[in-house]
Design a protein around this ligand. Structure first.
Ligand code: HPA
Ligand code: ZN
Length: 350
């Protein structure tokens, strides 16, 4: 194990910001800032139920997941053309690069758009063009994961996968998001089996608000490689052992959990306990425009509130590369860069 020297508390935020990291749980539609929502509404002649940027931002007082999703789907209604999807993704990728995110796997919700008459091709082409530009212009590798909306039927998910197949080379996997409670993973067993047979990676939101049983079925019925959120696993000792032994990654989103009242006080977040239990935990921003911060804000606020250490900062960044769907050579490269970053930081300690 790479041993990290203690770092003075006032210098830790700098290290958190500077270290290379991968983001594995963010919804690209959740990166739409109110200013961009209004700009796109004007460009496309879409009428919004909010009078101003300030009025929209003032509505971001969430009490649970559903109260957020209602506003999140309304915000996405301004996206109509390929350029809109490009502009949204590009804005996020520039912010990610500024936070030293070197690799990102972005969720997108095609059903939110195809249900409004926007074609699958418009959605995927716009997002993918931004991913290509991120590599050449920002040095950030960016991939797409197609999410099924779990409040809709499995038939709708199967139809969505079918529509996306002509663009199979532009996304690397499938996920499951939207309203969790009452929509268990096993509802989507057929579509995940089909995605697996196609060689797509599989992930699913489970144990954000839902019970540990949903994490078990995401693993055993859907065959997922990662669990998105998964913080409720703490209530099931046998599940914790399984996750630790199999190194199943949890893509945890601390500011999201705070804003959606999963942990109303960030100081009470269980990320330290999950790390102490040996789980492959990562930190991510989920819906950064709605939850008050991108990657570095999530790191800095979580460390300040919970007292995580520099050793745990290294572990979280290392976990993000271990958990990501990059090649072995890329993983090797970024693990080396991560160590170099920490060694340089200690050398310049006073
Ligand atoms: N949970 C479930 N669905 C979502 C989320 C989330 O945090 N963000 C966007 N869709
Ligand atoms: Zn999410």
């Amino acid at each position: 194990m790479f041993k990290v020297h203690a770092v003075a508390a006032h210098r830790l935020p700098h290290l958190l910001r500077a270290m290379p990291k991968a983001e594995l749980h963010m919804h690209i539609e959740g990166s739409l800032e109110p200013e961009l929502i209004f700009a796109l509404a004007q460009r496309n002649g879409v009428k919004l139920p909010y009078a101003s940027v300030e009025a929209l931002r003032a509505a971001y007082a969430f009490t649970n997941l559903q109260s957020f999703l209602d506003i999140y789907y309304a915000g996405a209604s301004v996206l109509l053309h390929e350029q809109d999807f490009y502009d949204m993704a590009w804005a996020y990728l520039e912010r990610a690069a500024a936070d030293h995110v070197v690799h990102t796997e972005m969720f997108f919700d095609p059903q939110t758009h195809t249900e409004r008459g926007v074609s699958m091709q418009v959605v995927i082409d716009g997002l993918h063009r931004a991913c290509v530009d991120a590599q050449t212009k920002l040095g950030v590798s960016a991939q797409l994961i197609l999410c099924f909306l779990r409040h809709l039927s499995e038939e709708a998910a199967l139809e969505t996968l079918e529509q996306a197949l002509p663009f199979r080379d532009k996304f690397i996997g499938v996920g499951l998001d939207s309203s969790e409670v009452g929509h268990p993973p096993e509802k989507f067993s057929k579509v995940f089996a089909k995605a697996g047979a196609l060689g797509l990676h599989r992930v699913a939101h489970a144990g954000e608000e839902g019970p540990p049983a949903y994490i078990w079925s995401a693993l055993d019925v859907l065959g997922v490689e990662r669990i998105d959120h998964g913080v409720q696993s703490i209530h099931d000792a046998a599940l914790m052992t399984r996750l630790a032994q199999a190194r199943v990654p949890l893509t945890v989103c601390p500011l999201s959990n705070q804003k959606l009242c999963v942990f109303p006080d960030l100081a009470d977040h269980n990320i330290g306990a999950l790390l102490d239990a040996g789980l492959c935990v990562t930190i991510n921003s989920d819906d950064p425009a709605y939850f008050g911060g991108y990657m570095n804000e999530n790191f800095v606020q979580t460390f300040a509130a919970t007292g995580l250490t520099a050793q745990q900062a290294y572990q979280l960044a290392a976990n993000s590369f271990e958990a990501s769907f990059i090649s072995e050579s890329q993983r090797h490269h970024w693990m080396h860069e991560l160590k170099v970053c920490f060694e340089r930081f200690v050398e310049h300690d006073d």
